[in-house]
Design a protein around this ligand. Structure first.
Ligand code: ZN
Length: 316
């Protein structure tokens, strides 16, 4: 019936339905926004994850499967690496190899002969390490090993370090490291990279290699003898090199290699205050937590080292 009342009621009902429909749209729209927001946030998360897993696949070696290990109480599975870490009873020894240049020595370089390893020799070292079952660690894994006294299941560990950010790390060492699916750390003289000094790694090279699993840690800005530098100079060298790497590579730099292995007790204190967690010296031997985390031993790799001599120097 088309009475005024019934029409009014009809209109009212229509309005109510309209309101209801509007409300539904509002809810749907809000849900849409929330979903979009969540997706956006997740996107950042997933890109980060993918980035990590990409660098993981290129940098890390194949490791034992984790499935059978999940029940063991002494093992923890690191998600990023798929590595099974096992708590050790005895203090862990971590050989930290120290290389500098990897190229065929020119006659005029005789004075630096002890710092230059031939690329063929270098490859024979990596081959020997692989055959002997070594797992090459990142700085973060080195920190984990030394602070938690753990080892990756079924693996020996070695940290490959190169000092001085020389050009040949990119041209000669990096391709061989990738060939063997190994990772290494180059300790950068940041002043030389920042100024684009010839003969040293460029920032673009650092970024490319970092994306492919290599890591870069501190070796001061100007490579001074820290032991005999003023406290102000030491602080500047330690802090500015760290912030350069932190900012340019988007990382937290945790290790410092003291130039020429020289440091004083003040250097150690300042390094710690600057945020470094590991300090690399040139004191000979395998590193252990007993060294003190900011005064870790290293194994100097000499140019004449055959694979056998290298393994011997590492304490095999
Ligand atoms: Zn150096």
């Amino acid at each position: 019936m088309n009475t005024p009342i019934s029409r009014a009621t009809h209109r009212k009902g229509k309005r109510r339905r309209k309101q209801k429909r509007n409300l539904t749209w509002l809810v749907l729209l809000s849900l849409g926004f929330i979903t979009a927001g969540l997706l956006y946030l997740n996107r950042g998360f997933f890109t980060q994850q993918t980035k990590e897993s990409v660098s993981t696949t290129t940098s890390s070696q194949t490791s034992s499967t984790s499935s059978e290990e999940t029940t063991a109480t002494t093992s923890t599975v690191s998600e990023e690496q798929g590595v099974v870490w096992e708590k050790q009873e005895n203090p862990v020894n971590l050989p930290i190899l120290m290389y500098h240049a990897i190229h065929v020595m020119a006659p005029e370089e005789e004075a630096n002969a002890n710092l230059i390893v031939d690329p063929t020799t270098f490859e024979s070292h990596l081959q020997a390490l692989q055959t002997a079952g070594y797992y090459t660690v990142t700085p973060e894994e080195a920190l984990k090993i030394l602070t938690e006294n753990v080892l990756p299941k079924g693996k020996k560990v070695v940290w490959l370090t190169f000092d001085d950010s020389l050009w040949d790390f990119y041209s000669n060492a990096y391709p061989v490291l990738r060939k063997y699916n190994m990772t290494a750390t180059n300790n950068v003289i940041t002043g030389l990279t920042a100024s684009g000094n010839a003969g040293h790694l460029t920032l673009e090279q650092l970024k490319e290699m970092k994306d492919n699993g290599m890591s870069f840690q501190g070796h001061t800005v100007n490579h001074p003898d820290l032991e005999y530098s003023s406290l102000e100079a030491q602080t500047m060298e330690l802090q500015e090199s760290k912030s350069f790497l932190d900012n340019q590579l988007g990382q937290e730099t945790i290790a410092i290699a003291y130039p020429a292995g020289r440091y004083s007790t003040e250097t150690i204190r300042l390094a710690q205050e600057s945020g470094y967690k590991l300090g690399l010296t040139t004191n000979e031997g395998a590193a252990s937590a007993a060294n003190g985390l900011l005064t870790l031993n290293r194994v100097r790799v000499l140019p004449h080292y055959s694979p056998e001599l290298l393994l011997q120097a590492m304490g095999e």
